[in-house]
Design a protein around this ligand. Sequence first.
Ligand SMILES: C[S@@+](CC[C@H](N)C(=O)[O-])C[C@H]1O[C@@H](n2cnc3c(N)ncnc32)[C@H](O)[C@@H]1O
Ligand SMILES: [Zn+2]
Length: 271
Amino acid sequence: MAVLYKCPVCEDVLEMRGKSLVCTKRHTFDMAKEGYVNFALGKNDSGDSAEMCACRRRFLSKGYYSGFSKLICDSVEKYTDPTSLLDAGCGEGYYLRKLRERFPQAELFGVDLAKEAVRLAAKSEKQMSGIKNLYSVCGIFSLPFFDNSFDAVISIFAPVGDAENARVLKSGGYMFVAGPGKTHLSGLKSAVYEKTYENEEKTREYDGFCFVGKESCKYSVTVEDEDILDLFTMTPYYWKTSKSDFEKLTKLTKLETELSFEISVYKALKQ
Ligand SMILES: C[S@@+](CC[C@H](N)C(=O)[O-])C[C@H]1O[C@@H](n2cnc3c(N)ncnc32)[C@H](O)[C@@H]1O
Ligand SMILES: [Zn+2]
């Protein structure tokens, strides 16, 4: 059965009427020309800045993270054959595009609070497949979907809305939480900071889920020229780094760094 949007105001079903999603009480959400819907209108939260979204789009399009996107597709395939999947905090949609190649029949939805990220994702989707209406601007802690809608939810380098994910997952559905491994971006960190630390390896427990496995990969890349600043700007280090440390990066033309990724896999336990 097709995944339906739930009206964030009255929780009734939203249906497509012309270029808008409308519920029976006439709450109306217009679709932007790129083919996404904004459920966060009037809210102040904003997610990543437009600059971060543009840097992430440019950097990911160069293929440095293709080993990681393969790990994501392989991991999803190992545990399930989804007919419906949600990327909660999807950014500009890089991983959903890869998942679409692997699971062409599945309904793949993406949500993110950053309007620019969702705009870029929806625009690419429309160009690729002509499909509109799969991306929306909204927070991951209040999803515009009904209970038991998805076979899988993925969360990649994003906050985890575990309670909402449990709600929208079908019984026995899977949640994939992907983030940095121990040595992720070690070369980038050494180029910027005097003292560097490895990332903590932790496996979190989530209510309503049972941990079923961990998938990981690591490899080295040489990042070149303007890709170095794009990489840096799409990471959380961007918020935390002094101007003088940042300037060290502007002088580099090549940066060798390890990339290391981990995906924790959870199964939804429902009555
Ligand atoms: C580090 S980025 C990762 C984006 C994407 N998953 C990727 O790996 O390319 C984190 C994303 O989470 C989004 N985000 C942060 N808080 C959010 C929230 N409460 N609801 C929805 N999205 C959120 C940001 O806007 C950003 O796009
Ligand atoms: Zn409504």
